[in-house]
Design a protein around this ligand. Sequence first.
Ligand code: CP3
Length: 354
Amino acid sequence: MTELKNDRYLRALAKQPVDRTPIWMMRQAGRYLPEYRKVRQQAGDFMSLCRNAELACEVTLQPLRRFPLDAAILFSDILTIPDAMGLELYFEAGEGPKFGKPVRSLAEIEKLAVPDMEQSLGYVMDAVRTIRRELNGEVPLIGFSGSPWTLATYMVEGGSTKNFSKVKKLAFSEPQAMALLLDKLADSVIDYLNAQIAAGAQAVMIFDTWGGVLSPRDYQQLSLAPMQKIVNGLTRHADGRKVPVTLFTKNGGQWLEAMAATGADALGVDWTTNLADARARVGGQVALQGNMDPSILYASPQRIEEEVATILASYGQGSGHVFNLGHGIHPEVDPEHAGAFIDAVQRLSPAYHR
Ligand code: CP3
């Protein structure tokens, strides 16, 4: 295997010393980049882009050509698993993801099978292998999945939702049906992340976008417990090294202790949580990723730099911080502002590592 030339991201996850704070951006490949929109148009629809390893690799690398980022993230989507389970994922222009066959009953859930990775998700592993080859050791490649609860919200609602009424109705009126769905999803995610690791992913991240809409008790049971099962089920690299895993529950700042207790290596935090507080609470156990409000990228480069300075000072001295946004970059952001953001992190962060 090619030697990794920039291991800042992996070192920060392990809380080993770094020369500056590593940075990557959630959704760093995407519609805010004109070069992405061009390839996306060429591919036709979004899933065709995901299914084409060469094009998925191309859009993965685009942000790295523009900006000195410290990690690449696989270009794919969290909804590939339900698609592989037969729910027929499609994207309606301007409306986000939809499923042709959502699941709403115990009978439908009983029929779902854990997908065969090479057969129905082989295109994802092909993309991972292609990206690793083309990255040529420049930066590490992050693989990812959705959390079982987050996947379940899309599968039961049939798409995006504001009030989560269908998925919560299922969870509370038919708890056994929800438990079975979450268990099948946890098993699928374990296989999926392990297949990505076998194909070359050097770290993995679990996106729990919707754990934050649950009560503390239900978060534990419906979101965190299945993620715990996944953390326990991840395999090691062929040489025995652990593959670092980051858990990110959007709006989950109140549960950082419980998340850290899963044995995850790092936790993603959004901008509603103060990073200094988060570090005081769990910084002894885990690295922290975050946490600038992506909307700050609409502000002037000077305001962006001020925010970067505030966040760096909030985490404070020493390793264990991966700079990121607290959620995905918005499609309307000017790429030059993203550049100013990354530049500010690079210029201002070395002072925190001396
Ligand atoms: O971060 C990256 O650059 C890697 C790629 C990535 C995508 N989706 C590409 C994508 C990742 C990590 C995701 C994760 C994802 N997908 C999440 C979890 C993170 C989060 O944002 O909370 C969720 C909830 C999804 C589901 C999903 N996929 C939605 C809601 C949408 C529609 C978004 C929109 O604004 O229309 C997608 C499609 C999608 N996934 C796009 C991209 C670049 C836009 C597709 C396009 O039209 O080109």
